[in-house]
Write a protein that binds this ligand. Structure first.
Ligand SMILES: [Zn+2]
Length: 89
């Protein structure tokens, strides 16, 4: 979540390095995960799933692998259940 906006009154809030396609949120997430899990997870170890061109550009800038959301969702769909066994007769 980016708290900056170019029209913000406070100069610190007008400067933004995190809004996509900037990589700030990726770096912040990497640091947050490192803090939470006690290990360093460099951004390039991640996969970014997105649905906008700026998402793809952000991934490229951060060195992340990228996958389109529709494709990722299709992969996450469970496989259809096999047909039930025929009843014993
Ligand atoms: Zn920002």
């Amino acid at each position: 979540w980016c708290c900056h906006h170019p029209d913000a009154e406070h100069p610190e809030l007008a400067r933004c390095w995190c809004r996509k396609p900037g990589v700030g949120l990726v770096i912040a997430a990497s640091l947050s995960m490192s803090h939470h899990f006690g290990e360093y997870y460099p951004p390039y170890m991640g996969l970014m799933v997105g649905d906008r061109p700026e998402d793809q550009e952000c991934a490229a800038r951060a060195g992340l692998d990228f996958q389109w959301a529709a494709q990722w969702r299709a992969q996450a769909e469970p496989e259809p259940a096999p047909p039930p066994d025929p009843p014993d007769s």
